[in-house]
Design a protein around this ligand. Structure first.
Ligand code: NAD
Ligand code: DAU
Length: 356
């Protein structure tokens, strides 16, 4: 048995591959990892798997149908776990084209290749085959302060080019199940944080800027709410869905950790004051309110009761334990942080923040 993982050199994908090959129940099942190594993909994340025969890395694009066909024929995976995407909302505002290409066209290509492959399977192999699609709570739109959290039945109301492209991919996955019977499962999850998080997203950006004595750019009033999920908990949720999830079903995955951005930034500052005090003063002095994100969703919150009820999954980390581990991880991986802050990263920072 083998898994084909897409986007396994990115933040969540690399955590998933590392967890999969370290978890006793799954460690014996090899992973073929297809990743285009965009700015967000980094083979350093997988350095501990160098020379490990259970991990086959393939540098390639999910829109390349011939390549995907070849990988399916050669490795005959029992499941595809699809993480590959353009994932940053701000980048989707600056340049939506790549989001349509990878998130929509790429998912379509994978679905078609999976359908062709699945049609050749028989008996237990056909029964066992799964296409697992990793998606986001952002497809559901924005909540008011007292609205109930997103359930799996919440209407789709994507607001950004990123969330619209993910919503389109979700619809394709649903249709390929409904029309062709492809055995799919899906997870829609909230904001992840943890090791290997690229420092363009809120939490790692605030940590690396604070360590460098740079401004901490809070969009608008900073009262937007996100539901934070430690990445290791996301990985265990996907493992649970692969093992026991019902075909055709979506499971919402969240951390039961709704917090406004300002609280997140102050928590990061307090932890850094404790773990790496700055002689110039408390890190919170660096907080700077900047121009808001266009179309900024105000609040996301996940109702994760279905996955708990059906699959017995609950997050293991609280926000206090997860954020402490995350800050400590960044402090321990200064070399990784320095490497990913390349020229292209600096160009992005300038494009996104200079005019704010
Ligand atoms: P990421 O941006 O860190 O990584 C994406 C990975 O996909 C990178 O390794 C990149 O090289 C690869 N990739 C991009 N385009 C590709 C292509 N055309 N072909 C092959 N590989 C390609 O993303 P992430 O934060 O790890 O997110 C992974 C998945 O989880 C995405 O589908 C995202 O929508 C979803 N998600 C993320 C979060 C979050 O908080 N980060 C929350 C909910 C859902
Ligand atoms: O909800 C799940 C989604 O979470 C995923 O689908 C996306 O892939 C992932 O990027 C994330 O999207 P967000 O837009 O919520 O994450 P981000 O870290 O970019 O921003 C989190 C919040 O912090 C959001 O309200 C915007 C704000 N923010 C972000 C940045 C980068 C700031 O205030 N300042 C910043 O510099």
């Amino acid at each position: 048995m083998t898994l084909l993982v897409t986007g396994g050199a990115g933040f969540i994908g690399s955590n998933f591959v590392l967890d999969w090959l370290a978890t006793p129940e799954t460690a014996g099942e090899p992973v073929v990892n297809l990743d285009a190594l965009t700015y967000a993909g980094n083979r350093d994340n997988l350095a501990t798997l160098e020379g490990d025969a259970r991990h086959v890395f393939v540098h390639g694009d999910i829109t390349d149908r011939a390549l995907v066909d070849r990988l399916l024929a050669e490795h005959r995976p029992r499941a595809i776990v699809h993480f590959a995407a353009e994932s940053h909302v701000d980048r989707s505002i600056h340049g939506p084209g790549a989001f349509i290409r990878t998130n929509v066209q790429g998912t379509f290509t994978l679905l078609e290749a999976a359908r062709a492959h699945w049609s050749t399977l028989q008996g237990p192999a056909r029964e066992a085959f799964r296409f697992h699609h990793v998606s986001t709570d952002e497809v559901y739109g924005s909540l008011g302060p007292s609205d109930p959290a997103f359930t799996e039945d919440h209407p789709y109301q994507p607001n950004s080019p990123y969330s619209a492209s993910k919503a389109a991919s979700d619809h394709l996955v649903r249709a390929w199940h409904h029309t062709y019977g492809l055995p799919v499962t899906a997870t829609n999850c909230s904001n992840n944080y943890g090791p290997w998080h690229f420092p363009e997203k809120l939490i790692p950006l605030m940590i690396v800027n604070a360590l460098a004595g740079k401004p901490l750019p809070v969009y608008g009033d900073g009262q937007q709410v996100r539901d934070w999920l430690y990445v290791g908990d996301h990985c265990s949720a996907i493992r649970a869905v692969l093992a026991r999830g019902r075909v055709g079903e979506t499971y919402n995955v969240g951390g039961w950790n709704e917090k406004p951005n300002m609280e997140i930034v102050h928590t990061v500052c307090r932890l850094l004051d404790e773990l790496r005090p700055d002689p110039a003063g408390p890190h919170a002095r660096l907080i700077t309110h900047v121009k808001d994100r266009p179309g900024h969703d105000r609040r996301y919150a996940i109702d994760a009761r279905k996955i708990e009820r059906e699959l017995g999954w609950r997050p293991a980390e609280t926000f206090d334990t997860g954020i402490r581990k995350t800050v400590q991880w960044v402090l321990d991986h200064g070399d990784w942080i320095a490497r990913v802050q390349s020229g292209a990263y600096r160009e992005w920072v300038s494009a996104n923040y200079a005019a704010r």
